[in-house]
Design a protein around this ligand. Structure first.
Ligand code: MN
Length: 718
């Protein structure tokens, strides 16, 4: 049995210890022991034992300072696919988190192997992101690809060509979108080397030959700048010549149709400073030292790139040589993001201080990556994963080549509902790979599915019968139920009214008590009470008991002084609602009676600021969506009416979709109207919602803005 030299894994473990000294290395050793055993006897095309591959993948991720869990998953990433090892076993030995990381990587591997021909790059990218509910899975996959690119030479030429092309089409754009520059440039250079070996060699030779001369030149420039910055009292963390990668030189030559010399003449340095203010000051100094080249200044600090990248860019002309110098100025923190992108989020060092802005940016980025209206939004995707808790998924294609993920066992009906609620409702038949099939046929990965719809009508009751197997996903099931519930609403309400009237008469009461009874059952609206009674959720006996109990309470009621609420700060209402998690901002520390403004944080409730606090003024300007009315406690109702206005390019089903969203959140809509302007076809849907929490409102606004054709959603403040 050939073993990998133990020094390799030791090197990786040492690396992890260097940034995670208090973490448990036993985890890594246990993972290593398992894979060493299971991959024993397997060889790579390079002739090395297979285990060298997984150790190298772990090493790449250790270079990104990933958490030990991710490193362990990297060691284990091929063990299920390539050996006789199950996810259950991994779960038992290493815990659920690691097992599910491995599972995610295995899924991506399978898809790359199977689906690549049936689809094209854009779909693959979508598929990767759709699946990456845990972005660490994609990070492992990128590291896996990087090591495979490093050992690409061992494969036959056609295979090299195919893999290199795939790398440029799928993996480098992915690394770019996630902002992981460290992996991106390495993948690009490796791919170029395989695809255009002559050009690669030529550029690489030139670089080597002229390195010394270049370095001397840049050192000079750096010294000049460093002296000047220090004279001005700016603390310099680092100034470095910025290496140019072969692929980027190649691309520039191609794009601008210029020679190597012309690209090479451009020198580049990077300046790392302590604060953002220092960056702007340094920019002024650079422009004072040398002449700025017009049109070359970019402020990615004020306006970050889509992948979170922040930096100041400028170019100046160096007087003696006349050649341009590109200057990037950034803080250390910005540099982290520039190098590691989204991976910075999982870096061990940052683990304990995950700041909210980064969280926010990541959420936003993911939304960007995943927002394709024909596919579910990210949150819904996560929900369906959680709800269905399925070990296996299938990936099928729409006629437009979009990849749709469904739980194993899903049917054309599930597929229809996943595409659009209306497609589900009106689904009457389905073609799989061009052939008509029964609607309860199970779909398989890479099936191409087309739904045949009726012009109108709704789902069949049979779809709700689990024995018939028409519906596998909870999403589809709830849509079908919802449809029937809505159909029967009028009927249920009429029935509920009859029952309630009868009970009220029995107690000597009349319809004037409707509101009170509704409140007793926690319904804001009488209609909902009637609905609940009509559908059998509330029975006649419960009505009588509840009313009588309430009357008794009234009689016995004596004045009890109200105990102060236990939560800090006491007595805050948010939009008239109490019991919302609130905390007081440390910056301005408002006290009861102060004019206050609330800021909705991600997952930590609402932060209260004084209305004149400079921080909140800043946030109001930056993120008005998250600002919310708060007040110190007054008597308030549990439900707060909020008027919401939705602006959209009119389309059939718009109002219905709006009410769908509201219904899904279990919110009452007490009034709604819709108007369409003939002039510009813009529909305005106005609805009054009975909201009981800020989170609920935020949720609804968010969901509404994701509906097709909707371009604005806002809360109307009276
Ligand atoms: Mn692998």
């Amino acid at each position: 049995m050939i073993k990998a030299p133990p020094s390799e894994i030791e090197r990786v473990v040492d690396k992890v210890i260097s940034y995670a000294p208090d973490a448990d290395m036993d985890l890594l050793w246990r993972a290593y022991d398992l894979v060493e055993h299971r991959h024993a006897g397997q060889m790579r095309a390079t002739g090395e034992p297979y285990i060298t591959h997984v150790v190298s993948v772990a090493d790449i991720l250790a270079d990104l300072c990933m958490e030990p869990e991710t490193i362990a998953a990297a060691l284990l990433h091929d063990v299920v696919e390539d050996t006789d090892t199950s996810f259950e076993e991994l779960g038992q030995q290493f815990g659920q988190e690691i097992a599910s990381l491995v599972e995610g990587v295995t899924k991506l591997t399978k898809i790359t192997r199977k689906g690549i021909k049936a689809s094209h790059a854009e779909n693959m990218r979508k598929l990767f992101l759709a699946m990456a509910e845990n972005i660490r899975v994609v990070l492992i996959k990128l590291a896996d690809r990087l090591h495979n690119m490093r050992t690409l030479w061992a494969l036959p030429p056609e295979k090299q060509h195919r893999i290199a092309t795939e790398t440029l089409e799928i993996f480098t754009p992915l690394a770019n979108r996630l902002g992981i520059w460290q992996i991106k440039w390495q993948l690009e250079d490796r791919a170029l080397r395989a695809l255009e070996p002559d050009i690669y060699e030529e550029i690489s030779d030139q670089l080597t030959r002229r390195r010394r001369e270049r370095e001397a030149f840049v050192t000079n420039v750096i010294q000049t700048l460093r002296n000047r910055l220090e004279d001005e009292g700016i603390e310099v963390i680092d100034i470095k010549g910025r290496p140019k990668h072969i692929y980027s030189i190649y691309k520039k030559m191609r794009r601008k149709g210029v020679t190597f010399d012309e690209v090479y003449d451009v020198h580049a340095i990077r300046v790392l400073l302590r604060t953002m203010r220092d960056c702007y000051t340094a920019l002024g100094i650079v422009h004072d030292l040398w002449n700025p080249i017009p049109g070359e200044f970019d402020d990615y600090v004020a306006t970050p790139k889509e992948n979170l990248y922040q930096s100041l860019h400028t170019a100046v002309r160096l007087p003696k040589v006349g050649s341009p110098l590109e200057v990037q100025i950034r803080t250390e923190e910005m540099h982290q993001v520039a190098e590691y992108g989204i991976a910075a989020h999982w870096r061990y060092k940052e683990r304990r201080s995950r700041d909210e802005t980064l969280e926010k940016k990541i959420a936003w980025l993911r939304q960007q990556l995943e927002s394709h209206q024909e596919v579910d939004d990210a949150e819904e995707f996560l929900e369906s994963v959680k709800e269905d808790v399925l070990p296996e998924q299938v990936y099928v294609f729409t006629p437009e080549n979009d990849v749709i993920e469904l739980p194993a066992g899903a049917t054309p009906v599930d597929f229809g509902y996943r595409i659009h609620t209306e497609v589900g409702h009106r689904c009457r038949g389905a073609k799989v790979n061009g052939r008509m099939v029964a609607l309860n046929t199970e779909l398989n990965t890479t099936d191409r599915v087309e739904i045949v719809t009726a012009k109108e009508g709704g789902p069949s009751r049979d779809w709700l019968n689990p024995a018939l197997g028409y519906v596998r996903t909870s999403r589809a099931r709830s849509k079908v139920r919802q449809w029937f519930r809505r159909q029967e609403r009028a009927e249920n309400i009429a029935q509920g009214r009859e029952v309630l009237d009868k009970e009220l008469r029995r107690l000597g009461l009349n319809r004037e008590s409707y509101d009170r009874v509704a409140a007793l059952f926690g319904h804001g609206k009488v209609e909902d009470l009637l609905m609940a009674i009509g559908s059998g959720d509330i029975n006649a006996q419960q009505i009588t008991t509840r009313i009588l109990e309430a009357e008794q309470d009234e009689e016995e009621k004596i004045e009890v002084p109200q105990a102060p609420p236990l939560t800090e700060p006491a007595g805050v209402t948010v939009m008239g609602v109490e019991d919302i998690l609130t905390k007081v901002a440390k910056c301005c520390n408002p006290l009861p009676g102060d004019q206050v403004i609330g800021y909705i944080t991600r997952g930590h409730g609402v932060t209260l600021h004084k209305d004149n606090c400079t921080n909140i003024r800043h946030l109001v300007a930056e993120d008005p969506e998250r600002i919310i009315d708060v007040d110190w406690h007054e008597d308030s109702e549990r439900v707060y009416a909020v008027m919401v206005r939705v602006l959209a390019y009119d389309r059939p089903g718009l109002v219905r979709d709006v009410s769908d969203v509201v219904l899904q959140q279990n919110v009452n809509m007490s009034a709604a109207s819709a108007e369409t302007s003939k002039k510009n076809n813009v529909a305005v849907v106005t609805a009054t919602l009975e909201i009981n929490s800020v989170r609920q409102l935020a949720n609804i606004l968010n969901k509404l803005s994701q509906l097709p054709n909707v371009f604005e959603v806002r809360r109307e403040v009276a």
